[in-house]
Design a protein around this ligand. Structure first.
Ligand code: TLP
Length: 346
């Protein structure tokens, strides 16, 4: 029995073309600025995001952290959503490492934070208060179901930030999924942001790495912060080579993951004890509510695993499933059948 792994798009392994590119990569010491493959990846990334410069980092978490460190001074307040990855899943690095003061604002179910809520949270210049330094948004929004933030909304937050002398950072771990869903270039989606981190090692399939993009001075500071965190990676061209293939070859096929996500969601809506809101399945993430008399999400996850289907419990109530390029449409249909077996007939 082949296991069907829908836990995350982070489980994707490099493609044969990536392995070939890694084996043949021209490398140098990137801390000396001498790795031609890293330099090429950074140029490509900056161009894709419509920003002047870019920095290759080890992970999305590192990209978000160096961005916060580069934008803010210790003691600054950062505004971010209560469902954001930075707040929930990054070990509180903003405070633990950056000395930043997180101000948590409610995410709406579509991943946005109300403009009035953001505006109301900005601190006046008063000796009692921390200074508001940064707003963080996430696109697509992971915990909000892979929802896509509209360029109009991001532009409105960007205007609000500029009016108040605050920076805007985008956790764009899955920004290419958002771009494919909207059929717009990713640069349009981050035009209003001062910086963006996107991941090569999720649905794009590279084994390691994320890229931070922004103005030259910001990237120079982010580079210092990366070194501070021990992220100066020397002959990193071996990794960047796979990232280049990810950008060149893997972006258009994200549409297949989105189709498979919808197919999975559609199949699951017919099963009693599960609730999936089709309207929220915009990209590759499917959140499934377990509305069963006796079974919680973690219990159901264990039963599914026994039958060869791996998914994640996102909470007591919710399961997350993520189709990737390793998973065929037939396996998506098999996944639906395994859910049905574990929950009984509709
Ligand atoms: N997300 C992972 C887990 O950490 C939850 C996943 O399986 O979805 N921003 C967003 C929106 C993310 O979803 C993730 C990873 C990151 C940042 C961090 O990226 P890495 O794992 O490269 O540090």
């Amino acid at each position: 029995m082949d296991t069907i792994d829908l836990r995350s798009d982070t489980i994707t392994r490099p493609t044969p073309a990536m392995c070939m590119a890694m084996a043949n990569a021209k490398v140098g010491d990137d801390v000396f600025g001498e790795d031609p493959t890293v330099i090429r990846l950074e140029e490509m990334a900056a161009e894709r995001m419509g920003k002047p410069a870019a920095l290759f980092v080890a992970s999305g978490t590192m990209g978000n952290l160096v961005s916060q460190l580069a934008h803010c001074r210790r003691g600054d307040e950062i505004l971010l959503g209560d469902q954001s990855h930075v707040f929930i899943y990054e070990q509180g690095g903003s405070a633990a490492v950056g000395g930043l003061h997180p101000r948590i604002l409610p995410n709406a179910s579509d991943g946005t934070i109300g403009l009035d809520i953001l505006e109301g949270a900005i601190r006046p210049d008063d000796v009692h208060f921390p200074r508001t330094g940064l707003i963080l948004l996430e696109n697509t929004h992971n915990r909000c179901g892979g929802r896509v933030l509209s360029p109009d909304y991001v532009a409105a937050v960007g205007r609000l930030a500029r009016r108040n002398g605050i920076r805007l950072h985008m956790d764009g771990a899955r920004i290419f999924n958002a771009a494919i869903a909207l059929d717009r270039p990713p640069a349009d989606l981050v035009a209003a942001a001062d910086s963006v981190t996107f991941c090569l090692s999720k649905a794009l399939g590279a084994p390691v790495g994320s890229v931070v993009c922004g103005e030259k001075r910001f990237i120079a500071e982010a580079r210092r912060m990366r070194k501070l965190l021990g992220g100066g990676m020397r002959q990193a061209g071996v990794l960047a080579a796979a990232g280049i293939v990810a950008l060149e070859e893997m972006v258009p096929r994200l549409a297949e993951d989105h189709e498979n996500a919808r197919r999975l969601a559609q199949g699951l809506t017919a099963i009693a004890g599960l609730v999936v809101d089709m309207a929220t399945v915009e990209t590759n993430l499917v959140y499934i509510k377990v509305a069963h008399a006796t079974m919680t999400a973690p219990v159901l996850v264990d039963r599914l695993a026994e039958k060869g289907l791996k998914v994640l419990a996102a909470s007591r109530e919710y399961i997350r499933a993520v189709p990737t390029y390793h998973v065929s449409t037939r396996q998506i249909d098999a996944a639906v059948r395994i859910f049905r077996q574990c929950l009984g007939p509709a």
